[in-house]
Design a protein. Structure first.
Length: 180
């Protein structure tokens, strides 16, 4: 069984939250006609509350539209039963009901905020008519790499001697202990 929220975040007062539920039987085939019940719990109220029900279609899927919910974080748990009442399974998903941020709703410059930011950072606010050429531009500090040296590890005789010593010790010990 699988349940997924239509979106991760829903806006209160607009489109109600919806869940897509997939129900499969023990043979992994579609559980057509399964009775699906959805309960939700929120971060502020962990007690589960019944929120909706649906009947799975021929392909074992159903869409459950929940009633409008107040802002908060929610966990939806869907349970499915056969027509005779035997349990098929249970699945859960989480979603959030939150209003869109003011920044996204009012996507316009706010001179009062810009003035306060400029005052706090000892900067200044420019008008839209000010040319970019009047701004004081500083060249970034540049670091150039003139050359590069590459020294492979195997060019060192000490590393070669250590490798031979380790391989020789391993071979000697295996012979002594009867593994080779």
């Amino acid at each position: 069984m699988r349940v997924t929220a239509e979106r991760l975040s829903f806006e209160p007062g607009s489109e109600p939250p919806a869940l897509d539920v997939q129900v499969r039987g023990s043979d992994y085939g579609a559980a057509a006609g399964a009775q699906i019940a959805v309960v939700t719990s929120s971060a502020t109220d962990p007690s589960p509350r019944p929120m909706g029900a649906a009947l799975a279609g021929p392909d074992g899927s159903a869409r459950v539209v929940l009633p409008p919910l107040p802002p908060g974080a929610y966990k939806a748990t869907a349970t499915a039963k056969r027509g005779d009442g035997t349990a098929i399974g249970e699945a859960e998903d989480a979603f959030v009901v939150a209003p869109a941020s003011r920044e996204l709703v009012e996507a316009a410059p706010r001179p009062d905020v810009l003035q306060a930011l400029a005052a706090a950072t000892k900067g200044r606010v420019l008008a839209a008519s000010d040319a970019l050429a009047t701004l004081p531009w500083r060249d970034p500090e540049r670091v150039e790499v003139g050359q590069r040296t590459s020294k492979p590890l195997w060019d060192n005789w000490k590393v070669l001697a250590l490798l031979c010593l380790v391989v020789g010790a391993e071979w000697t010990l295996r012979r002594r202990w009867g593994y080779a």
